[in-house]
Design a binder for this molecule. Structure first.
Ligand code: SF4
Ligand code: SF4
Length: 505
């Protein structure tokens, strides 16, 4: 299959060696687990347990309030010791609604449904089970997986791309998963295909597992596992950041361009991460909810970088301890990769469903240098994979002209950070871009709130006017009725049988 050239991007120093060698290890169960109620795109889950209640592993802790949300489950058995605010894995360090489970060390599961053949289920049943298991996109976006699959009902899908590109430096969790659990990933892909192909006429949907060409062992493992399934193929894509970005992967693999601000299904393509395929396999074959994931722990400050299978809610500090602690205090603690990851305020935040890695980086690795003035070299423009002009967008943002940045395509920026990484003047372009996007979101929220307040005020005004009108009508009608039936129902409170059709019937 021919790979289409994708504009821009950079070749990065992968720094993957230290963590990629060992097999995935299970992390010991921590003393307590902080399970945030919002670990996904959409509304937070609502607690269904009480403080003091004993819960079993896999038991529902929080249920989604609507379709655009996901449930959360107990990662182990134990006692619910708190339901309230706890630090979020976010640079702000602000609190988020969280359920804390104190482990009893028993790992006692809820009664799981008997194994079924998911390939005999219809699409609705598959999607329902994926939703009930709380499966979200494990590539980082944490979009509810069932909602994404259901997009098939609105857009005819012809290609399912399974994203194994893992282009961020240091991260090797997907690479190890592909090497060690290839059969299970293929099973998850087959289940997704089964759902996507329901009620579909025309040619079958093809599934392409796209893996960067520097992951030879993962490619070989998946190729072997897929060999018995004619509709599923593996494809090697160039090792070039940001190949794992959904839009760029689609362009490389299919040659199709997702229009700015459109969704991939609108051009007939659905993209799911390899970790999501694995979680779907577990949920459908064994009825197990998403309560753990593979996390890469790496960075120069980590004594023994490796990949762990970690229970959701495990504090980052427990992960650091399990890897032999730190060789030196980190200059920066990150959740995710160094290009798009989020800085962590401290190590007491929990691992969540979207956590692909924890990096403890030294000052030498982050090579922080003060920004110098822009030299108008145009490098940021040349490397931007979205064809944008970052230098102009940032100039508009610095001048307080967000509308100007919008005109330069701010909303088409995928936040990959390639421009900032390549800038010889070390201008923190990505920080400016993210700041501007945050401002726009806040403005939208304020606008939405103001519109909502206006709408409610208008509704109230109308209601009061209707009530006043009704009162006035009653006041005018009363003397007339009393005149018509001087001894009748108005005076006694009994219904007027001559004029009320419901009573008359
Ligand atoms: S962060 Fe945005 S502007 Fe910068 S290279 Fe990536 S897509 Fe382009
Ligand atoms: S790469 Fe940096 S120095 Fe060069 S034009 Fe862009 S912002 Fe200016």
């Amino acid at each position: 299959m021919r790979i289409v050239h994708v504009r821009g991007g950079v070749r990065l120093n992968g720094r993957k060696r230290r963590a990629e060698r060992g097999r995935i290890t299970s992390l010991p169960i921590p003393a307590y687990l902080n399970v945030p109620l919002k670990q996904h795109i959409g509304a937070p889950a609502e607690p269904v347990v009480r403080v003091g209640e004993h819960v079993l592993k896999g038991q529902l802790l929080g249920r989604p309030p609507g379709p655009m949300s996901a449930p959360v489950h107990a990662p182990t058995s134990g006692r619910v010791i708190a339901i309230g605010a706890a630090p979020a894995p976010h640079p702000s360090g602000l609190d988020t609604p969280t359920i804390t489970v104190q482990s009893d060390g028993e790992e006692q599961w809820i009664e799981l449904a008997p194994p079924i053949d998911p390939l005999a289920l219809d699409a609705a049943a598959i999607e329902e089970r994926i939703a009930d298991a709380g499966v979200v996109g494990l590539g980082g976006a944490a979009f509810p997986a069932a909602v994404k699959l259901r997009l098939r009902t609105r857009h005819p899908i012809h290609t399912l791309i399974v994203n194994g590109a893992e282009c961020e430096p240091y991260l090797t969790c997907d690479d190890r998963l592909m090497q060690e659990r290839a059969e299970e990933i293929i099973d998850g892909v087959r289940i997704m295909l089964r759902a996507l192909e329901q009620d579909r006429s025309g040619p079958s949907i093809r599934a392409l597992i796209a893996i960067e060409n520097n992951k030879g062992d993962a490619l070989a493992a998946l190729k072997k596992a897929a060999s018995a399934h004619p509709g599923i193929a593996t494809i090697a894509v160039p090792t070039r950041y940001p190949m794992g970005s959904e839009k760029h992967l689609i362009r490389a693999v299919t040659g199709k361009e997702v229009p700015a601000r459109a969704l991939a299904p609108e051009i007939g393509v659905l993209v799911h991460n390899v970790g999501t395929a694995f979680a779907i396999h577990r949920a459908l074959r064994f009825g197990k909810p998403l309560i753990s994931r593979i996390v890469t722990l790496s960075g120069g400050a980590v004594a023994s970088p490796q990949n762990f299978e970690v229970l959701i809610g495990t504090p980052v500090s427990a992960l650091l301890r399990a890897a032999g602690g730190l060789r030196q205090p980190p200059a920066r603690l990150l959740m995710g990769g160094p290009m798009m990851g989020a800085m962590l305020p401290h190590a007491e935040v929990p691992i969540v469903k979207g956590t692909s890695g924890i990096l403890a980086l030294t000052s030498a690795e982050i090579a922080a240098r003060p920004a110098a003035p822009c030299i108008r070299c145009g490098t940021c423009v040349a490397v931007c994979p979205c064809g944008l002009v970052p230098v102009e967008m940032v100039s508009q943002i610095r001048g307080g002209r967000l509308e100007g940045a919008l005109r330069f395509g701010l909303l088409d920026c995928v936040g990959c950070g390639t421009c900032a990484y390549s800038c010889p003047s070390r201008i923190p372009l990505l920080q400016y871009l993210n700041f501007a996007k945050g401002e726009l979101t806040a403005r939208e929220r304020t606008k939405h709130k103001a519109e909502e307040a206006r709408r409610l005020a208008e509704r109230r005004r109308l209601r009061l006017a209707q009530q006043a009108e009704a009162r006035a009508a009653t006041a005018t009608a009363r003397p007339r009725q009393q005149h018509r039936h001087p001894e009748g129902s108005e005076a006694t409170g009994a219904p007027d049988r001559t004029t009320n059709p419901q009573v008359a019937a």
